[in-house]
Design a protein around this ligand. Structure first.
Ligand SMILES: Nc1nc2c(ncn2[C@@H]2O[C@H](COP(=O)(O)OP(=O)(O)OP(=O)(O)O)[C@@H](O)[C@H]2O)c(=O)[nH]1
Length: 328
């Protein structure tokens, strides 16, 4: 089994890339999703609409904790379990957006034996946000570039060539050995995709700095299940509220829900949001990552029915006069 780690900051486009990789190369894959927070959304998104021939993706989720720090023993155990049970040709690991790539590689190296190989890691970089990430999350940003074998630029489809070239130069100066791909991966030929799955990691890979990732990433998250809004307009208004800061400083949100009769997926990356129609899902979920998140307000808006039932349920008949009066 060969392991390919696909890293990148929150919302950079890791899941979208993995989906494309699976479709283009049609290899025998398992995917391990390590999500920030307790509610996983990416596994369902990966599965959604994925039916290329007879192939389906074998997806494993690790929520709660980051595979580069607190849960590393669980991570090692999970990798070994996958190797010893399903034994796919490739295991694609998608760390949380705030994971330190060098540490993840070190953790994999500890369990590397002749049946497990490490491929040169891929980092996806949201080109539009690179200066902001560099300022706010320098340690994570530099680590994800330095430890990468290949750096792919996303969300720069409309950028001019000068802007792209400047970003390329800056990335090369951080990691002169990496292949920096300025051309969007969707335009790459089949050989390029195959090569990603062939290049083994060099022995002299970067050593992770002993630093505290939690400190480097002062982000919090909330995951909600059974979320709903009445219709698409309500979802639009809600997302406008998210990007305007009504629910706190949210830098990443994602989820899917039934609105009226349609199932919709939403994505928020910094101050932009998008909505896409999806196939019916077994349940609805939403995740919000950022700072100063207004949790109660989010619950009130998205779990109206649940929240109302729980918080304001009429009390059972009580003999206490105060309680009687306080009934709604
Ligand atoms: N324009 C553009 N949008 C993209 C690109 N890649 C991903 N997106 C969009 O960006 C949003 C986030 O994409 P994901 O693939 O979920 O990002 P991620 O890195 O897996 O997100 P997290 O796991 O939450 O960190 C989605 O709305 C995607 O459709 C790209 O190259 N260009």
């Amino acid at each position: 089994m060969k392991i390919l780690v696909v890293s990148g900051f929150l919302g950079a486009g890791k899941t979208t890339f993995i989906k494309e990789l699976a479709k283009r190369t049609k290899k025998d894959f398992a995917v391990m999703e390590n999500e920030f927070g307790a509610v996983g959304v990416d596994a369902d998104f990966l599965e959604d609409g994925f039916s290329e021939g007879d192939k389906t993706l074998n997806i494993w989720e690790m929520t709660e904790g980051c595979i580069c720090c607190s849960v590393k023993t669980d991570f090692a155990a999970s990798v070994l379990t996958i190797a010893n049970t399903v034994d796919p040709e490739y295991l694609i690991v998608e760390p949380t957006g705030v994971g330190m790539l060098s540490r993840i590689i070190e953790n994999i190296r500890k369990i590397q034996y002749e049946r497990i190989g490490i491929l040169r890691p891929v980092t996806i970089l949201n080109g539009k946000m690179s200066s902001r990430y560099k300022e706010e999350f320098r340690e994570i940003y530099e680590d994800q570039v330095k430890a990468a074998g290949t750096v792919l630029i996303s969300k720069m489809e409309n950028a001019d060539s000068k802007e792209l070239a400047a970003l390329g130069e800056e990335l090369s100066s951080i990691n002169p050995k990496a292949e920096i791909c300025l051309t969007h991966y969707t335009k790459q030929p089949r050989e390029w995709w195959d090569a990603l799955l062939e290049q083994e990691e060099g022995i002299h890979a970067l050593k992770g700095k002993e630093s505290n990732v939690e400190k480097a990433s002062p982000l919090e998250s909330i995951g909600l299940k059974e979320v709903e809004l009445r219709n698409e307009n309500e979802l639009l208004l809600f997302l406008q509220g998210v990007v305007a800061g009504v629910f706190g400083d949210i830098c990443r949100a994602k989820g899917y829900m039934k609105t009226g009769t349609a199932w919709l997926r939403f994505d928020v990356v910094e101050h932009a949001y998008s909505i896409t129609g999806i196939e019916e899902m077994p349940d609805s979920k939403a995740v919000f990552i950022g700072k100063n998140i207004r949790r109660t307000l989010l619950r009130e808006v998205l779990q109206r029915r649940l929240y109302t039932e729980k918080q304001f349920k009429r009390p059972k008949k009580s003999a206490h006069p105060m309680l009687k009066r306080s009934r709604i």
